[in-house]
Design a protein. Structure first.
Length: 285
């Protein structure tokens, strides 16, 4: 049995979709906080089990009988380390045979604020003694393409990344990599740095959006403190604004760029391009 946590999230649903192409639905378990949101998965034959990172007693039962577990990282800054440790402990108690974790690109050396919780989780996994695979995911193309409205409206894309290159890939690419690791042998103990084939700068992103939309869009680079302040002014919660500003500082240092090709090799094809992602996003707008 293969289980996926956060199975109703953006990445989790895509992983389930990929797994359904490779294994029967009866061999899949969607671990979710709210089973009502997983009714569509249940209708496809996927077993749905309720579990909550913040309710550790729900986790061990959800992981019973699971051979391989994909632990998709939680999404609340400041809570991830505690939540992940609870999931790891439950996986060990349940006798999970392989734990696959979605970490952050270059988590072991990154100075991005988000990296600390991922480093702590990787350490906890190793110390637990469970066979593991670490998938260090880079930035999603969707981080940029899912909210192009303001940039198109005002003709400006804001950030603090300077001329740093971003080796982003589509969520579907990361999902395909996870499914490959979960369904094929030979990955135990591996740490994969997963990134897109064609890195870009924020200025290049703005130019691509302008070209595809037929409207002027320019990149405005701000000091990190000013960028964080601006994001807060847009209504983003403080921890999220701080994380995004820190990420842009990391981009400027080259921490979200990578050319090792692990993602391309795992999925057996080139990764989605920026042009493809922008074009698809504009069609949906």
């Amino acid at each position: 049995m293969i289980a996926v946590t956060g199975a109703t999230g953006h990445l989790g649903r895509l992983v389930i979709d990929q797994l359904l192409k490779k294994v029967p639905a009866g061999q899949l378990v969607a671990v979710v906080r709210n089973p009502e949101k997983a009714r569509e998965l249940a209708a496809r034959g996927v077993q749905v089990r309720r579990a909550d990172y913040d309710a550790p007693d729900t986790l061990a039962g959800a992981f019973q009988g699971i051979d391989k577990l994909l632990l998709i990282s939680a999404n609340e800054p400041g809570k991830r380390e505690r939540q992940h440790q609870a999931a790891i402990a439950a996986a060990k108690k349940a006798g999970v045979g392989l734990l696959v974790y979605t970490s952050l690109l270059h988590a072991d050396t990154s100075g991005i604020s988000l990296a600390g919780e991922h480093r702590a989780t990787e350490k906890a996994i190793r110390e637990a003694g469970i066979p593991f695979v670490i998938l260090r995911n880079g930035w999603y193309l969707e981080n940029y393409t899912e909210n192009l409205g303001p940039a198109l409206q005002h003709g400006v894309l804001l950030g603090a990344a300077k001329n740093g290159r971003i080796a982003a890939a589509a969520r579907a690419d990361f999902a395909a990599a996870a499914a490959a690791v979960l369904t094929a042998p030979g990955h135990e103990g591996k740490v994969y740095e997963l990134a897109g084939d064609l890195p870009f700068t924020m200025a290049e992103l703005a130019a691509e959006v302008a070209r595809r939309a037929g409207k002027p869009v320019a990149y405005s680079d701000l000091p990190a403190e000013k960028y964080e302040e601006t994001l807060r002014g847009f209504g983003l919660p403080g921890p999220v604004a701080e994380m995004l500003a820190s990420a842009d500082e990391g981009i400027a240092r080259g921490e979200l760029d990578d050319a090792c090709g692990d993602l391309r090799r795992l999925i057996g094809r080139p990764t989605a391009t920026l042009a493809q992602a922008v074009t698809a996003a504009l069609k949906r707008a």
